[in-house]
Every structure is written in C-alpha cells, then in structure tokens.
Design a protein around this ligand. Structure first.
Ligand SMILES: NC(=O)c1ccc[n+]([C@@H]2O[C@H](COP(=O)([O-])OP(=O)(O)OC[C@H]3O[C@@H](n4cnc5c(N)ncnc54)[C@H](OP(=O)(O)O)[C@@H]3O)[C@@H](O)[C@H]2O)c1
Length: 326
C-alpha cells in the first residue's frame, strides 16, 4: 500500500518510519524547498530511536507540497500529521488527488478539525474516507528528520482509530488502511466505533484544556501544577467543570469531578513533563489552543453558553504568543 505523509515533524516521521520498516511505499510531502534541502542533507532518511535503539530508515519518496491545487494520480492514503491549525492549508492543495476511494488519517490533538475540513475543503461534497486517531505515542523531534519515540509501542491503546461515517452510511469493516496499520506491531493500533472514539477525544480534550493553557502561561512542569499550589488547582477545576458542561453528552459514566480526578492523576504520573503547549510557547511556535479551549468555546456558543474561563485562557495564550512572536 502507498502512504503519503503530510507533516514531517515528530508524529509524521514516526508513522513514516514504521511504515517503511514494514516495507510499505511512503512518500513524504515536504512543506517547502527548505524542508527538501534538510531532507537531502539528512541523506533522505529518518533517524528513529525506538525502545532505546537508534536506526536510520531510508527508501522514502518525497515531494514538496504544491502551493496551488496539484494534479497527479489519486492518493491512496494521506496521513495528516501537521498541527491542527495547519490542516486546512496543508490538505487543500491536494484535494484534487483525494477521491472517494482515498483515505485520510488525521492525527491531531484537540477537536474540530474534521468539521472544519468538511465545511471548508469538501463543502458537503463526497469526501475521502476519514479516519481519526487518538495518539498516545510520545514522540520528540530533536532536529529535522531525527526523532525519539519515548512511549506508545508498549501501550495497548498507543493509537486508537475510528472512522467518521458520512450521513446515512453504516459502519464498514473493510478498511485496507486499518488492516495495514494494525499489522505494524510498534504502532499498537486499536480500532473502535466512532462514538467510542468521540468519547476518548472528549475526555482527552477536557484533560488538555484543563492543564495546557495554565501550564503554558506559567511555564510550569506538570508536577509544578499540583505541588502545593491551590491557585493552579482552582483554575484547573474551573476549566474542567466548564468543559464538562458542554461535552457531557459525549461522556456517559463520567462526572466533572471524576474528570478532574483524571486531570490530577495524569499530572501525578507525568510530573517531569512539560505539556505540548508549554513546549510550543517556549519554542515561539503557535499553539493549538483554538482546537482545545477554543473548540470548547465554539461548542458552548452553539449551545447558548459562554465559557468565560476558557475564553479568557484563549485570549491570554494568544496575547502571550503575540508577545513571543519571533
Ligand atoms: N509529538 C507527540 O508526541 C504527539 C503525540 C500525540 C499527538 N500529537 C499531535 O500530533 C500533531 C502533530 O504533532 P507533532 O509533534 O508531530 O508536530 P511537529 O513536530 O511540529 O510537526 C508538524 C509538521 O507539520 C509541518 N507543517 C506545518 N505547517 C504545514 C503546512 N502548512 N503544510 C505542510 N506541512 C506543515 C511542520 O513543518 P516544519 O517542520 O516546517 O515546522 C512539521 O514538520 C499535533 O496535533 C500534536 O498535538 C503529537
């Protein structure tokens, strides 16, 4: 099977390497001529550290992302591994190569990307098959095309994927992409129905929305968020309760308090980590706040609710990004 990888950072290089290591044809779609130069300087290979062992993975095809709609044969599977805010810009030029027989695998954190793609790229027209993944692999890009996969291969739910069905479609059990990916042991893939995936995404979103902006504003480690600091605890509880009030329907069996306990549990077992929003802020990169807290504000608005604490976090994060802009 031929996979195209869009977004060649930590996640894109991780998936691309595992696919090449199992002899699949992989084309990397590079963002710019500069990325192509970096790839050539890296001998057109990816350096991957997995389970403590380093390897150089080669045999990739590559192309630079066109700036205008591109012609070419249909893409069989496009793995989209950019940050959430870059998906529309990155996928749009490839639309003419994505037919109803293509598959799109979206691997972003946060929520709202699928709806945005359907509204702005496909405008209700027939789209490719859309798979969405909740990715628990922790992968770090140390330099261009050099990555370390810290965890995930040993997690039974390393990558949980569900298919978003079009209106009126009934669940299918015949995705060649999922069959191929489930044969890659180190990806640790599990396949779940869409409702189940939505439930997992909502839970992850609430946890991220409660921790990330507070940690990014204060430049705290996860441990710093819970160590003798009643003020961060108050803020996280407020965020968690407000988020639950708009996603309750996706979370049967949970309460705002059970989710807050999950927030604290995650912080306790990842004390040394800095969450992705802290890392983005420190690297002066745009954060994914519009797809985390911003998404909750949009959902709230549709329900006639104003999420004041989340909106304040979105504004503060954007204000800090603006000051930090290189
Ligand atoms: N890393 C993890 O452990 C992890 C785990 C779970 C979920 N996630 C989620 O996975 C997604 C990807 O994360 P990541 O860590 O892989 O990010 P990343 O390392 O920043 O990689 C993103 C890649 O997308 C490229 N890109 C940005 N805009 C683009 C555009 N318009 N067209 C084409 N390519 C573009 C970037 O190019 P440049 O190289 O030029 O910046 C970069 O190569 C995020 O939503 C993240 O939250 C990450």
């Amino acid at each position: 099977m031929h996979f195209h990888i869009l977004g060649t950072g930590a996640v894109g290089c991780h998936v691309a390497s595992l696919l090449r290591m199992t002899n699949h044809k992989v084309t990397l779609i590079l963002r710019s001529q500069k990325a192509l130069q970096d790839f050539k300087a890296h001998n057109q290979s990816i350096s991957l550290t997995l389970k403590g062992k380093s390897a150089s993975v080669s045999g990739f095809d590559s192309m630079v992302l066109p700036s205008a709609p591109s012609q070419g044969p249909p893409i069989e599977c496009l793995v989209v591994a950019t940050k959430a805010q870059s998906v529309i810009e990155a996928v749009s030029p490839l639309k003419s190569r994505l037919t109803k027989n293509s598959t799109l695998l979206l691997l972003q954190n946060g929520m709202g990307v699928v709806e945005e793609l359907m509204d702005t790229v496909w405008h209700g027209q027939t789209s490719p098959r859309i798979l969405v993944g909740v990715n628990r692999h922790a992968t770090q890009r140390t330099s261009a095309f050099k990555i370390i996969n810290h965890s995930g291969w040993n997690d039974p739910e390393g990558l949980v994927v569900g298919e978003r069905l079009q209106q009126g479609e009934s669940p299918r059990d015949d995705s060649p992409v999922l069959k191929t990916l489930s044969e890659i042991k180190d990806l640790s893939l599990s396949i779940v129905p869409w409702e189940d995936l939505q439930n997992r995404m909502a839970k992850k979103l609430i946890i991220n929305a409660s921790i990330n902006p507070v940690a990014a504003l204060l430049d705290f480690t996860n441990g710093g968020m819970i160590d003798d600091n009643p003020y961060t605890m108050n803020l996280m509880r407020e965020l968690c309760y407000e988020a639950y009030s708009v996603l309750e329907n996706l979370l049967p069996g949970e309460t705002a308090e059970s989710l807050f306990e999950s927030v604290i549990g995650i912080l306790q077992i990842t004390r040394q980590n800095r969450c992705s929003m802290v890392q983005d802020m420190n690297a002066k990169r745009p954060t994914e706040v519009d797809y985390i807290n911003g998404y909750l504000c949009r959902i709230g608005k549709n329900q006639g609710k104003i999420l004041k604490v989340h909106q304040t976090m979105v504004d503060l994060i954007h204000a800090k990004e603006r000051v930090a802009k290189p």
